[in-house]
Ligand binder design. Sequence first.
Ligand code: 5AD
Ligand code: SF4
Length: 436
Amino acid sequence: AGKRILLVTFGCQMNEYDSELVRAILEKAGYSFVEDEVKADIILLNTCSVRENAHRKVYGHIHEIRHRRNGKPVTIGVLGCMASGLREDLLNDRHLKVNFLAGPDSYKRLPDLIKKAVVSEEKPFDVTLSEFETYADVYPAREKGINAWIAVMRGCDNFCTFCVVPYTRGRERSRSPENILEEVHRLVKDGFKQVTLLGQNVNSYRYKNSDFADLIKTVAQVNGLERIRFTSPHPKDFPEKLLDIVASHPKVCKHIHLPLQAGNDRILELMARTYTQKEFLDLVEKIRAKCPQIVLTTDIIVGFSSETDEEFEDTFQAIQQVEFDSAFIFKYSQRRGTIAERKYPDNVLEKKKTERIVRLNNLQKAISLKKNRAHIGQIQQVLVEGESESDHPEAWFGRTDGNKAVIFPAGRFSSGDLINIRITGASPSNLKGELA
Ligand code: 5AD
Ligand code: SF4
């Protein structure tokens, strides 16, 4: 008893990856993991604080667990980004009844924290941020599959004024190329076909004299690895050398996530993004000149402090001009501790934010549909991921090199195969096809 854990993950891919680290650390310490909440003695929530609704989800989840337990004891631990920022709140809120906290750099201390939380009334916590912790010595407990996430750097030094990440995850630090390479070799042996190099600011990777382009080149040499992806980059770190390797190396996927955030120069400056609209558009042009088939996706924030209707139109127009293949669009959500919280009031009305997000989503949907339709008739190389859960029971699911989801009928192939698919249909969110 006291040894079965349910681990629930919220937030980004880095959090998914961190949950695999947590699992590895705790399995080694003798804990087992269950899927069923009823069977769990300990529930760990790996949390996100990037926007208010991420927060709300976690609070809601904790209330629900306590309600379902109906007074029966269960130890609840909050891990990850929320733990970093909300130490006092969480420990004092009696309704929440959280038993312990562990921040993103404290996972090695989990066995210790859990032991303390289980045997005493004390609410132990460790939310210290480290300048060195990269978990380079932990091999994550991954589900078998096609893609493996691998964090090559952690933390962020950009301090975009809206963003809480530099505070919840601390300073940038990178793992050594040798250590990463070793893990990739092991992943290939374990049957993975694709790796996605992860970092809050992945293209600012640097270890001694190796930069991100060098790292990609090194990883691409691993035999048996079919595809390399990376996320999330910052537009400021795309030297020629990196663009060239993305454009030219057959294993490096032709997809770049390029977060624009806003299209207006005054807002970009307030956000401390370090580029103007024109500089961003020039970068897009340069990328497309080198690699015409590149798939570009982005993140946008609407309703940042003091954004006027006219300034919002600049974002609208930039999206029209670039024609990203897809975009994640968010309403600005003020985060505690950020520069924006101190300097720029959250003064765009909720109604305005809604209006703007609806307009951009409609625009982007039309663009995505147009972009996806342009693939109809093409033959695309697809990495088969498995049977598709949605839509049709008979359908299979995979991704193009550009990371677009494709649905196609069952055939003589299995998960992990690279197959040629003739694209026959498109929606804003995926492609349909048949074996070519
Ligand atoms: N409010 C809204 N969106 C945000 N993001 C980051 N911080 C905030 C915030 N305070 C968005 C950015 C980022 C993505 C991961 O989340 O667009 O690229
Ligand atoms: Fe959320 Fe950012 Fe933390 Fe990921 S790094 S969990 S997106 S706050």
